[in-house]
Structures are given as structure tokens and as C-alpha cells.
Design a protein around this ligand. Structure first.
Ligand code: 2HA
Ligand code: ZN
Length: 269
């Protein structure tokens, strides 16, 4: 079957990265059933031929008006689709959409009429803010990492930057590769506007935010970058939990050692 990716190496490479990350999410046990979402702004890979492709769906409402998205295109995981299936067949379990000129509606253009994620309004709202702020970030990922979600069930970890400091102190790389730390969004109903608004606000200060008793939401330069930041935080959470399972509170790197990291790697915090 003909695909929009045929003969478009750069666009295909982006979708291939989504498929690779979807496989990692499944292998890590972070993506049960249809859990999680990925959206990527692929506008920079769109040529005139793509701009002229006919819609393969009716016009659908986003639910919000986002002027910054005029003329943009996104790869979106399909609603109800499984990450483990997307890993093998990204264009059967996701689709490419075109935002229409009213900035409030969209159509699917390729390859199949797979309806995008139910979380589309919140993902697109984040993308609109990224564009407005001149960010070069192009990807958003939502997933359910076991250890980080487990830690979100303890209220003492939810105060500002408590978890950030614990996770940074478990292994030097975590601060180097997730230099803004982990924001926290108190529990809200999945898919709700309240969850979207709280996430958007927290993403002003962090690249990854923890949704209490649910999962994480990350933004990144590309889907691999968003995944890597979740992965290093998750690694630290595993080290913390393994230490506790051996019967002790892990010592953690000292504040001086973490400061030394910040100077050596020119980190913002
Ligand atoms: O779309 O994980 O929270 C599946 C989800 C929503
Ligand atoms: Zn979820």
C-alpha cells in the first residue's frame, strides 16, 4: 500500500522514531492496553504535494482554538490504539493531520482515517505554546512509568522539587540529562481541561511533569529526547526503590556533589 512516507526520508525518520519509542514504552511496561499518547509536529517535513493532499476524513473540531497552529501538521497516535501495535505499524495506529485555517478544526490526510488520540486538545495546546514561545521542541509523550507513578502515591514526594532532588541525587546522569527536573501536577481526571491547564502551566518550568497517580507528560526536541528524559528519571526512581527494598534510605549524592555537576555541565539549576 502506498504511504505518505514513501520517498520522504526525513518524514519517515520522524515516524520511525515514534515507532521505536512506542516499542520502548511497551517493553518497559509503561503502556498497558491503549495507555499513553505521542504527538509530533512534522510541519517542517511537509512539502507542497502534502499540502495539496485531499482530506481523508470529515472536518473535525479540536475543541479549542489555537492560532499558533495555522498551517501545521502533526503525527498523532490513534485513539484506542496500542503502543505495542504502533511500534510495528505506525501508520495503521496513528495518522497525520492538517490543522485548518480556522485553527479550531483539522482533517486527517494520511495514511488511513485513524482518529487521533482523545488527548488531542491537551497535546495540541502544548504544541501551540511551544510554537508561540519560539521553542524548537517538536514532540510530546504521555506514558505510565511504573516506579514514578508508584512514587506519586506518597504525598511527601509531591511538594515542589522534593522528587526532583531525590531523583537527581540517585545517579549523576539524571541531573545532566533532565536538567529542569520533574514537575508535579496534582490528580485530575484524565482528558479533562483541568489536567491540560495544570500540565501546560507546569511545563513552563519543566520538560517532564508527573501526573499524580497516573503517569508522566514530557516535551522534547523530538520523541527520542522526550523519551530519554522520562527514562533517566525512571532509572533514578528504580535505584531509589531498589535501595528501599534492600532495607535502607539511599544516601543520595550530596548537595555539593550535585552543585559540582551543575558547574561542570553548565546546567541551569
Ligand atoms: O490515552 O493514557 O491518559 C491513553 C491515556 C490517557
Ligand atoms: Zn494515561
Amino acid at each position: 500500500m502506498k504511504s505518505i512516507l514513501d520517498g520522504r526520508a526525513a518524514l519517515k525518520a520522524e515516524v520511525d522514531k515514534v515507532a521505536e519509542v512506542a516499542g520502548y514504552l511497551w517493553q518497559n511496561g509503561w503502556a498497558e492496553r491503549n495507555g499513553g499518547n505521542i504527538t509530533v509536529n512534522v510541519t517542517e517535513y511537509v512539502d507542497d504535494e502534502i499540502r495539496n493532499l485531499p482530506a481523508i476524513s470529515e472536518v473535525k473540531q479540536i475543541g479549542v482554538t489555537l492560532p499558533a497552529l495555522k498551517g501545521t501538521y502533526f503525527y498523532c497516535k490513534g485513539t484506542g490504539k496500542r503502543m505495542r501495535d504502533l511500534a510495528r505499524k505506525p501508520m495503521d495506529n496513528g495518522s497525520i493531520i492538517r490543522i485548518l485555517d480556522d485553527c479550531a478544526s483539522y482533517v486527517i490526510i494520511a495514511d488511513n482515517a485513524v482518529n487521533p488520540t482523545s488527548e488531542l486538545p491537551s497535546h495540541l495546546t502544548v504544541h501551540a505554546h511551544l510554537i508561540e514561545s519560539g521553542s524548537s521542541y517538536k514532540a510530546t509523550v504521555h506514558t505510565h512509568p511504573i516506579e514514578l507513578v508508584a512514587m506519586s502515591h506518597n504525598r511527601k514526594f509531591l511538594a515542589k522539587d522534593v522528587l526532583t532532588n531525590i531523583l537527581w541525587s540517585m545517579i549523576p546522569e539524571t541531573k545532566a540529562f533532565c536538567p529542569l527536573g520533574l514537575g508535579v501536577v496534582p490528580y485530575e481526571l484524565p482528558g479533562s481541561n483541568k489536567l491540560a491547564d495544570a500540565t501546560l502551566k507546569e511545563l513552563e518550568d519543566y520538560d517532564v511533569v508527573l501526573w499524580e497517580k497516573h503517569g508522566v507528560f514530557a516535551k522534547g526536541l523530538d520523541v527520542m529526547d522526550a523519551f530519554d528524559q522520562i527514562d533517566v528519571l525512571s532509572k533514578s526512581a528504580k535505584i531509589y526503590i531498589n535501595s528501599r527494598a534492600m532495607g535502607y534510605e539511599p544516601e543520595g549524592m550530596s548537595q555539593a556533589q550535585m552543585k559540582e555537576m551543575s558547574v561542570a555541565f553548565n546546567l541551569p539549576k
